[in-house]
Ligand binder design. Structure first.
Ligand code: SAM
Length: 236
């Protein structure tokens, strides 16, 4: 039976938009495998590795892969990060729905990603600033970044590849990435980020750490200003 296609949520749809037409994809931390299944059904990709560190998620993945009849184009892989994925197998690598530090660790453990032909599509749920800092310090340049909001939550997703001659600078970049106020989701994401930093600044002030409090307060203000612009970064 040919099942009707499901819809991706806005966060995964954003990740899907960065995937190259016709590429071979690795989805690291695939869980339900919605992303590779959807991309295969849409014929946007030619092949996918659906990888996860746990068997439970891979069983969920297998169920969906069978349900939508894409078995012949998917390899299900038990893998800690990219440990069991070989460089010749894939072009684009999605790492979505994990913390920024975990994503950075997965990239660090696969030195073959330092190749401009390998595109990374990264969607941190937390600590996006740590991921951006890691990418910058290790020669990966974020080429595109957009936000998506869904049910009161805002997410960012970035497309990056190894390009050590083209790296951004500055503390504000670590928090804002390439986002600005030109889209409602970008604006919302920046305002939520500013709110989080402002709370941190207020807490530090109460704890008597005036210097750090001022630093976070200044960043929060710069993010609020950026949320009202359409022109990208001006460092405070
Ligand atoms: C919250 S789910 C995200 C699923 C999907 N990528 C998404 O964005 O909707 C996170 C998945 O990452 C897997 N995971 C966590 N650490 C991992 C690692 N080091 N390598 C591979 N998979 C990992 C978990 O087992 C889990 O299935």
């Amino acid at each position: 039976m040919n099942r009707p296609m499901f819809r991706l949520d806005p966060r995964l749809e954003l990740c899907a938009s960065f995937v190259r037409e016709g590429c071979r994809l690795a989805d690291i931390g695939t869980d339900h495998a919605y992303l590779p299944v959807w991309l295969l059904k849409k014929e946007k990709i030619s092949y996918a590795i659906a990888a996860d560190i746990h068997l439970g998620p891979l069983r969920r993945a297998e169920k969906n892969i069978r349900k939508y009849h894409v078995e012949e184009k998917v390899s299900i892989r038990l893998s800690d990060g990219l440990e069991t994925v070989f460089p010749i197998e894939v072009d684009d690598i999605v790492i979505a729905g994990m913390g920024g530090e975990t994503i950075a660790k997965i990239i660090a453990e696969a030195p073959w990603l330092k190749d401009e032909k390998k595109h990374l599509i990264l969607q941190p749920m937390t600590s996006a600033e740590d991921l951006r800092r890691y990418l910058k310090e290790n020669g990966f340049s974020v080429q595109e970044e957009r936000a998506a909001c869904d049910s009161g939550h805002c997410y960012t997703a970035m497309l990056a590849w190894y390009d050590p001659k083209n790296l951004p600078q500055g503390k504000l970049y670590e928090y804002a990435g390439l986002l600005d106020g030109s889209t409602p989701a970008g604006r919302e994401y920046l305002l939520k980020c500013a709110e989080r930093l402002q709370k941190k600044a207020d807490g530090l002030e109460q704890a008597g750490n005036q210097d750090k409090s001022k630093e976070y307060g200044t960043l929060a203000k710069a993010l609020r200003e950026l949320a009202e612009t359409e022109g990208g970064l001006t460092e405070p």
